[in-house]
Design a protein around this ligand. Structure first.
Ligand code: 5AD
Ligand code: SF4
Length: 445
């Protein structure tokens, strides 16, 4: 403000955002915060002093969706006390349930789907509304640039959205819509901009990120591997990751990028969901166990030290003990660095919704058994890091003075005594110790 301006600046309004679910929601929450920043809102960590509360929701499993309603229930007294408090629901529950949310919870002022959130500021100005369209315009073109205030050395960048795979259990094709790839030039511009602001690691995001495709500068057709190579050319960027991938879209060029591109981290999340061909077919995954295992073999040939992670669903309709044993066999055959496993949750509107469910107690027991096996593999993978020298990108100070915490090449949290270091330093660390969810190490000489 200039000296001539005598009126005091209006006090900034405070925005509290709660993010549920996947990393894409984390990215969307940042972009919504930036859009609302242009309207004079600043982020607060404290829900009780917010002028607006925005819940960015997840619809992937029933429990995730139910969290929204219990959180809204808890907001009721706050809204009764301060009727001008604005309450917004964004994300995939907003998309799936739309106006129903307001009917069930009249305290909700705004409902905005994941493809329409660039319109959030206008909705806030209007006061109340529901927007769950899939607009023709690209929301990213209508959002402010990622904020200059971001200082984290690791950032997300959404390059692809939506999914055309239609796995029989999954709501994503309905809530996020059809697969759309962002154009090369926009992605490169956003990546350069992030790097210019001190970002050294970028995780490329998409529901089916390896299905990304686009047109290169000379009109050539680019696949995801080619995009990674182009991003790797950005000076000052040290690390590239991506998530999440479908096995059927692991193109040769992407596998080759894991061999040739040192900035591409040796870590791959490749969900398989089940180790039974019968169940994979019922899930509409469109690949077999043998094809998945062959793919893993090829990826490991390209990058022998790669760490693999996956997602599993147990208790999918029709799953027998034999199918479950096949899943355990697949886990033993691959040996994952870590993995997420879930009990099947029937989702309205998906093909599997009406199918007879596996008995709850049986599914619970299978989940426990699978998780025990996966956690033993995770422990062994972490233990295997002890004695190795790895890159670590410091993301924040640790609990003790002089300590820093960062992520290793393999995405493990690593605690290091490094009193001279600062956030954003990428250092070599010799791993000395493995704790349940982290590693410890010393700076390599
Ligand atoms: N029930 C349980 N887990 C699910 N996932 C997706 N849909 C469901 C469902 N209906 C899991 C899959 C997916 C991960 C993001 O969530 O494993 O890869
Ligand atoms: Fe859902 Fe992933 Fe299957 Fe797409 S590929 S339908 S996002 S589980």
């Amino acid at each position: 403000m200039s000296d001539q301006d005598s009126a005091p600046a209006p006090a900034a309004k405070k925005l509290f955002i709660k993010t549920y679910g996947c990393q894409m929601n984390v990215y969307d929450s940042q972009r919504m915060a930036e859009a609302m920043g242009a309207e004079g809102y600043v982020l607060t960590e404290n829900q009780s002093d917010a002028d607006m509360v925005l819940l960015n929701t997840c619809h992937i499993r029933e429990k995730a969706a139910e969290k929204l309603y219990s959180d809204l229930g808890r907001l009721k007294p706050l809204k009764a006390e301060r009727p001008d408090l604005k309450i917004g629901v964004a994300g995939c529950v907003a998309q799936a349930e739309g106006g129903e949310i307001q009917r069930r919870m009249p305290i909700v002022d705004l409902v905005v789907g994941p493809q329409a959130y660039h319109r959030l500021p206008a909705m806030v100005r209007a006061g109340r509304g529901v927007d769950t369209e899939f607009p023709a315009e690209d929301k990213f073109e209508h959002l402010p640039k990622p904020a200059a205030t971001r200082r984290a050395p690791a950032a997300f960048l959404t390059v692809q959205e939506g999914c055309d795979k239609f796995c029989a259990f999954c709501v994503v094709p309905y809530t996020r819509g059809a697969e759309v790839s962002r154009p090369v030039a926009r992605i490169l511009a956003e990546a350069r901009d992030l790097v210019g602001r001190g970002v050294r690691e970028i995780t490329l995001l998409g529901q089916n990120v390896n299905g990304w495709h686009g047109e290169g500068p000379e009109g050539a057709e680019w696949g995801f591997g080619r995009l990674i190579r182009a991003i790797a050319e950005i000076d000052g960027l040290d690390r590239i990751r991506y998530t999440t991938s479908h096995p059927n879209d692991m193109a040769d060029d992407l596998i080759a990028a894991h061999r040739d591109e040192p900035k591409l981290m040796p870590y791959l999340h490749l969900p398989v969901q089940s180790g039974s061909d019968r169940i994979l077919k019922a899930m509409n995954r469109r690949h077999t166990v043998a094809q998945y295992l062959r793919l893993i073999e090829r990826i490991r040939e390209a990058r022998p030290d790669i760490m693999l992670t996956s997602d599993f669903i147990v208790g999918f309709p029709g799953e027998t003990d034999r199918d479950h044993q096949d899943t355990l066999d697949l886990v033993r055959a691959v040996n994952f660095g870590t993995a997420f496993s879930f009990k099947y949750s029937p989702r309205p509107g998906t093909p599997a919704y009406e199918r007879p469910e596996v008995e709850g107690a049986v599914a619970d027991a299978r989940l426990q058994e699978l998780q025990a096996l996966l956690s033993s593999q995770q422990k062994a993978a972490q233990q295997g890091m002890v004695g190795r020298e790895l890159g670590v990108l410091f993301e924040k100070p640790g609990r003790n003075p002089g300590q820093m915490v960062g992520k290793s090449d393999y995405l493990h949290a690593v605690f290091v005594e490094a009193p001279q270091a600062k956030v954003g330093d990428l250092v070599r660390v010799r791993i000395t110790h493995s704790a349940p969810n982290s590693l410890a190490g010393v700076l390599a000489a």
